[in-house]
Design a protein around this ligand. Sequence first.
Ligand SMILES: [Zn+2]
Length: 359
Amino acid sequence: MSRSLGLAIPLWFLHDSTDPLERALGEVGPQHVTATVVAGPQTTIRLRGPAPHVITLRGGWQYPPDNAAYTDAGLKPPREAALGKRNLLARLRDLLGRYDIPLVARLHPTVAGLAEAHPHLAGKTAWGEALPGRPACPAHPETRALLLDLVGELRQYEIAGLQLGHWLIDPPLPPAGALAANAPARELLGLCFCPACQQIARSAGADPDAAVEVARSALARTAVETVSVPADGPLADYRSARRAEARTWLQVLRQRTGDLGLHLLLDPGQNAPASEIPLQLNLAGAPAPLDTATWFHDAGAVSLPILRPHIPQPDALVRITLQLLQHGVHRIDFDGLAADPAPATTTSVRQAIRYAQRT
Ligand SMILES: [Zn+2]
């Protein structure tokens, strides 16, 4: 597989000006640029540029979606309110076109305000409540139709690659708050019992009602005894029926996006879905500082944070990049230039790419 070392940027990096990105393209020489174009809510900081400031995004499409492109799903995609009406994606496409650099789109549609805008898409707990953070369920037929509509729309922006994040069946809740130390409770609360998931399970011969009862009773016991999610019985049948169906659908997605080299984006520690779609590990979610040898065995593609605390000093970036390549990684997105497009940061990425090209 051919090797490609590029930059990962959020689309808001172009909000004030394209100058910092143009400078980075000229100085770093990336072989591709991966832009997050549909994202969840986040608070981040921009350390340099026109003015250092905190950026708060509510989540949504970071370019103006064309509602006419979403006819299969019949859903209006939510816009990212903080970015105004300018089409930053078109601006990026034009800019990269001038440099002849391929554009890769990174998408997180399930967490991009979709369930807030269309509550019937929200994943549901065993009590029928929307899951915390209200991600849209990736098993819902309308969520899936919307993703395919989105891919169709992005083709008009001449994308050359695609990364899909937050597209997992039953991901456990992130370790935060009162449940941080209660892994079984987080796993049980991450199970989706939305009507679409129940229908999928029922069609495969599982019993969603019995699975709900098992999940409720197990969750109620997590506070007072050591509970593990049952490995057989109605709940296990419910999960495996939906995972099998999701695998079949991912195969459809892979066929529809084969020319775009689709990757599934995962955080370290997340269980990869059983599918033939290649994985990309997002090391921004790994403990800092980054320690090689721990993470890289399954993923040929990596999103690599370039700033502290993951990379303690600039020369560590070269070392870690070379170690990744030795582990068989063939695709790296250097992530963090938007937060700090400083000369030292740019230089460290340029050196990492140059060293990598010599090996
Ligand atoms: Zn569901």
